[in-house]
Write a protein that binds this ligand. Structure first.
Ligand code: GLC
Ligand code: GLC
Length: 641
């Protein structure tokens, strides 16, 4: 212990003197003093993490010192408006937990052609009420195969088809002036095989071969693959692919996405540099792509390892030094226990909520809410200073990531249930309303996931009113459980599956493109006509958005369960200051009653904030099929549930 304190002291001195001498940093105003203050606060953490991750290497202190110097240089170069934003967010660190938050996500090219097109849609984003815009990967990438941009060839170049880095900076500033935060991906688990580092590795340069997991023959790949799950089995079996020179390289996702080797501190430093570069362009939130996979260790599944958390904490500490307002959003589509482990103010402040997403679809299929209700009671509350990002669907497939052990408690056999859900959503189950498409159907493991737009999965291809109600019901959960609701843009006007994807270069083999249609101009044109499905969906969502931002109880994430004693009706409470919002949502196909007895813990009168109408609780409530209410009640005593 004492030895380590001495070492930390020495490292600190080393870094501070490096800042004085050769670093050549052009300090202005209070920048240096501010940096040193943050350094005092965060260095101990970074030191500890670096020692744990890289302490076995002789050069680890040197590496750490270089890293901090690079962070200092990045801070000194950070534009003044972003430094002002850092200061503002420091005094309002919970800004992303506000009930006015609303996220939207889109592909730049498909939704708006290019960055100029995105800029032109800002008035619409304001009409909708967006405060958070996730632009899908927009960096230089191989053609035509880039996994929708998730294979990055340069983190410092915008894909020329979409625009320039200057345009991205200008867009970030303009969005910010309009109250919209910019979210982009930090695709840090892998690069494309066309990235400069990958090209050099392929050419046999040792320094860059060490950036990836490259082996001369099958010995190590075979050993790793004993324990590693296949992520994209349609693309290639196992985790390694053969390089042109006969060596083998780790590629978790597609053959052209090569996993970076974070056991090499050069890789950490290089990627920290790319991260800070993005931060200084004006990005507010980085979506940390594929976090579960970033650390590998022989003899393990190479997912969710403790070192993955340490790496995220180390990246986070670097941000606190050099771009303190930047936040991380975790993309971990894994077991719910593991999802939760990434959520921490010192790790990822935001996280997708894949469990809630999957269980919304589960409840729509079964017309029962037991699993969703259990998840809300048990797995919804997360640490102070963090938030969920709740969504009905994303650009990716729907995977049934609920915990087998949770399901077993409710008497549900997970294997059979997942098979039922898959057949339901690809419309192979009699009576199914859904029009989904299978993704990565693996006959060997019988694993499968689902592609489809919200509207197609809800049955809108038949134009039915029930489908519109299902779309709204699904969103009502994401909009009221707590956290940032995230819309896949175009879903708010009921966009349907795009079956043309099979003819698009590079897309045909990946069914996720079925739910990534082009800008649905016809739907948007009808959005003010509530007589059309597009207009009905839009009106319903707009109502939820404006009510949510006027309902302080819906801020933050805190939630209390509520048992409705009715299998088809979901219930939960969002406690506020002296009042609470009691949500009731009927997933059943018939009217369902929540009895006076069940509601007897509340004051007799309530107001449905969605409609403004008064509701009596002491006589019980009958909900029509797919109806939901957000009831404001005096919190006499929060119902134990
Ligand atoms: C993430 C993305 C997904 C992509 C994968 C590989 O999971 O969401 O679209 O295929 O990472 O980058
Ligand atoms: C991406 C893929 C999804 C996979 C996940 C693993 O989200 O699209 O299919 O399960 O990565 O993190």
């Amino acid at each position: 212990m004492a030895g380590s304190a001495v070492m930390e002291h020495e490292a600190r001195q080393h870094v501070l003197s490096a800042l004085d001498s050769g670093a050549g940093i052009a300090w202005t105003g209070p920048d240096r003093a501010v940096f040193e203050e943050r350094f005092e606060q965060h260095f101990p953490v970074l030191f500890g993490l670096f020692r744990d991750l890289y302490g076995a290497r002789r050069d680890w202190l040197e590496q750490l010192s270089t890293l901090v110097t690079e962070a200092a240089r990045s801070w000194a170069a950070r534009p003044a408006d972003l430094k002002a934003l850092d200061a503002e967010r420091e005094s309002n660190s919970g800004w992303f937990q506000a009930n006015s938050m609303l996220g939207g996500v889109c592909y730049v090219d498909r939704y708006a052609e290019d960055l100029a097109g995105v800029r032109a849609r800002i008035p619409y984003f304001k009409e909708l009420g967006l405060t958070y815009l996730h632009l899908m990967p927009l960096f230089l990438a191989p053609e035509p195969h880039s996994d929708g941009g998730y294979a990055v060839s340069s983190y410092r170049d915008v894909n020329p088809k979409l625009g320039t880095m200057q345009q991205l900076r200008d867009l970030a500033a303009e969005l910010r002036a309009n109250g919209i935060s910019l979210v982009v991906d930090f695709i840090f688990n892998h690069t494309s095989d066309e990235h400069e580092w990958a090209r050099k590795a392929a050419a046999g340069e040792t320094e860059y071969s060490d950036y990836y997991w490259i082996y001369p023959d099958r010995t190590m790949p075979d050993a790793f693959e004993q324990n590693v799950r296949e992520i994209f089995p349609d693309d290639h079996p196992g985790s390694f692919i053969r390089m042109p020179d006969g060596r083998w390289v780790w590629a978790t996702f597609h053959t052209f996405q090569w996993d970076l080797n974070y056991s090499n501190p050069d890789v950490f430093r290089a990627m920290a540099g790319e991260m800070l570069f993005l931060a200084n362009q004006g990005v507010d939130i980085l979506r940390m792509d594929a976090v579960a996979f970033i650390w590998k260790q022989l003899g393990t599944p190479c997912e969710n390892l403790p070192e993955a958390h340490k790496l995220l904490r180390a990246f986070n500490a670097v941000c606190r030094l050099a771009a303190p307002s930047l936040l991380f959003k975790s993309e971990a589509i894994v077991h719910p226990d593991e999802v939760a482990r990434y959520i921490d103010p010192a790790e990822c402040q935001l996280s997708y909520n894949p469990l809630q997403m999957a269980l919304i679809w589960e409840a729509l299929a079964t017309r029962e809410v037991a699993l969703l209700s259990q998840a809300l009671e048990r797995r919804h509350n997360i640490p102070a200073g963090t938030s969920w990002v709740n969504y009905v669907r994303s650009h990716d497939d729907i995977g049934w990531t609920f915990a087998d052990e949770d399901a077993a408690e409710l008497g549900v056999n997970s294997f059979d249930h997942r098979r039922f859900l898959n057949s339901f959503y690809v419309n192979r189950f009699p009576g199914s309303f859904a029009r989904g498409v299978p993704f990565q159907d693996n006959p060997r493991t019988r694993d499968c996931r689902i592609s489809g737009t919200t509207a197609s999965l809800c049955g809108l291809e038949d134009g039915s009113d029930d489908a519109v109600e299902r779309i709204l019901l699904a969103h009502s959960v994401a909009f009221s459980t707590g956290g940032v609701p995230l819309l896949y843009l175009g879903d708010e006007v009921g966009q349907l599956n795009d079956y043309q994807y099979t003819r698009e270069a590079g897309h045909g083999a990946d069914s996720r493109w079925v739910h990534r249609p082009h800008y649905p101009a016809a739907g948007y044109a009808l959005r003010d006509d509530p007589g059309t499905p597009a207009g009905a969906v839009y009106a319903g969502l707009r109502r939820m958005i404006s009510v949510r931002s006027a309902t302080p109880e819906l801020a933050g994430t805190r939630l209390l369960g509520f048992r409705t004693n009715t299998p088809g009706v979901l219930g939960y409470q969002r406690p506020g200051d002296g009042t609470l919002i009691l949500v009731l949502a009927n997933f059943g196909d018939g009217p369902q009653e929540v009895s006076p007895d069940t509601l007897s813990g509340f004051a007799p009168g309530a107001v449905d904030v969605l409609t403004g109408s008064t509701v009596r609780l002491d006589t019980g409530i009958v909900l029509q099929p797919r109806q939901f209410v957000w009831l404001r009640v005096e919190s006499v005593r929060p119902h134990a549930g």
